[in-house]
Design a protein around this ligand. Sequence first.
Ligand code: IVH
Length: 668
Amino acid sequence: MVLVSMTKDEYLQLVEELKKHDELYFEKHSPQISDFEYDQLVKQVEKIESTHPEWITGASPTQQVGERPTKGFKQTEHKVPMLSLANSYNEADLKDFEKRIQKLLGRDNLLFSAELKMDGIAVSIRYEKGELVRALTRGNGFKGDDITANVKTICDLPKKLPSTAPEILEVRGEVYMPKKVFQKLNKKKEEAGEDVWANPRNAAAGSLKLLDSNQTKERELSIVVYGIAESAPDRYKTQEIVHKSLKKLGFPVFSNKHFSICSNVQDLLECSHNIELNREELPFEIDGMVFKLNELSYWDELGAAGKKPRYAIAYKFAPLQAKTVIEDIVVQVGRTGVLTPVAELKPVFLAGSTISRATLHNEHEIQRKDIRIGDTVVLEKGGDVIPKVVEVDHSKRDPFSTPWLMPDHCPICESLVYRKEGEVAVRCKNSSCQAQNLRKLIFFVSKDAMNIDSLGDKVVAKLVEEGLVGRFSDIYKLSPNDIKELEGFQEKSISNLMESIKQSKNVTLDRFIFALGIPFVGIQTAELLAEKGETIEGVISLKEEDLLSIDGIGEKVADSVLDYFKNIDHLKEIEELLKYGIKPSNDKTKQVKDHLFLGKTFVLTGTLDGLSRNDARALIKERGGKISSSVSKKTDYVLVGDDPGSKYDKAKDLKVKILSEAEFKGLL
Ligand code: IVH
């Protein structure tokens, strides 16, 4: 499906599309398409470029290698560029690879190494006189981010080499997060109400780019080393010798099961097939194999085609898929009443876990893929936590099946559902619906809201199930005796929980407003409301004109706030919370750690890498600073992350001081 008869505009559109996915993958560490889909896109662009080389500009992602630099890290040049690998998917691709090499070298009795293709982050690590002196990411292939401090936290990497090591040794390898660590850390994130990582590779990428290496250490990263970029010349004659020598020097290398020497494509395929069969049992993610010519002296002779060397090739495995039957489609109700259809699946084993549920997102998605109850579907899990239904196997469809329809009543409380104009989501109308209620309670206690740690989702669900908690204020009525009844709670954990409930009473006004879960009121809007209203009573009595006079609050948010405080149940509940000792405080001096930013106004734009936005906001506020949502002459600083928006341009126009994430950290 390569589009050779494309117009230049269509080609440029494809280039833009590719750039967008590059950015999502390399900078935001949050890809929206699978590697396979990405590779298809690259292939399309490459194919067009080979037919129309006159269209190619330096802006095409095919002309660049890898990621762009990350703010907050020193950029350092690679002594030897870090290239990328050409991909292959089948025997024919591999035969072409072998033939090309044979032709160029004029010989055919060649050996190849077959290694795992680790799904992690490439790094180059330099040792001088046996000391680890520098670690760089691939970056654009010529310059990478200096991540030495973070790499040093990787336990299995030697920080000092034995005296047998050459004076200069720069090794190349892949940093990864083992599946078990990934699952453990994602579970923690989930319990804390944070966004989970999509897959171990993104988790590893994010962890390597943290500005605080103590945090990186907690991510329990691992590494495998598979090559040498620089050393004493001619010391290593073959890839096999490299492998063995690295092992002797104490580096973690592929086990013998995962490193073989083969003499032809058939052997390479057989070896890779055996590994693919057991792929799910591996403790880390791989996305294929890498085949390299064993004899290193041929590597230079062969050179590279663009950014891809001719001596090696990646052989990519198909994404992990499984077929199963949709036994039912149930509807879940979220905190704001949104109904989400979820497929109940005949349990199937896929990528290391048994899958029995998969979200179908919304009614439109179900219609688009024409998914019906009873259908046999293909599930895919490219290392992602959440499996997705890729397509329906129409050959297995029951001819009497009918399209699935979103219920017109909430499955929990049976109230009517509605759809707001311009929204895909369908919502339950009843704000005291049980399901919404549970999600609201979970949100109320979460980290950025009342921050009652030890009240994880499951505990909240249990408290609701036991009838101990129904509304926010019930949490403050809990006694140690009530909690004793719950499974898994002992004296120590009970007293921890009671203490964190008590602590949460000293909440700031903005967090308290945020915790109420008013539709469209995120933490930044909650801050604006707190600033304007000054007390909770003040916020409740804000009129439409007061709300609309706040810079950053529009009609939609104002309506939502007015609606919320019009509801007598909401007002009674707030009164009850205050009665139980919650003291939402707007007294900034109480929260101020120092006066570094006293009276200074900050605007945030772009994605920060080592900090969440909420953390940056808290750091500013704790130092007496204010946050505003728009840039004006009164703005003192604009804190700029990756991919900044128009606020960045405005700051430059108005000559407002611009701070990078690293400069901001420097100030702190
Ligand atoms: S050798 C010239 N060996 O795959 C590139 N790379 O798609 C030499 N990778 O950037 C790389 N496992 O991040 C090599 N056994 C392996 C690998 C491997 C994973 C990654 C590496 C590279 C990417 C290319």
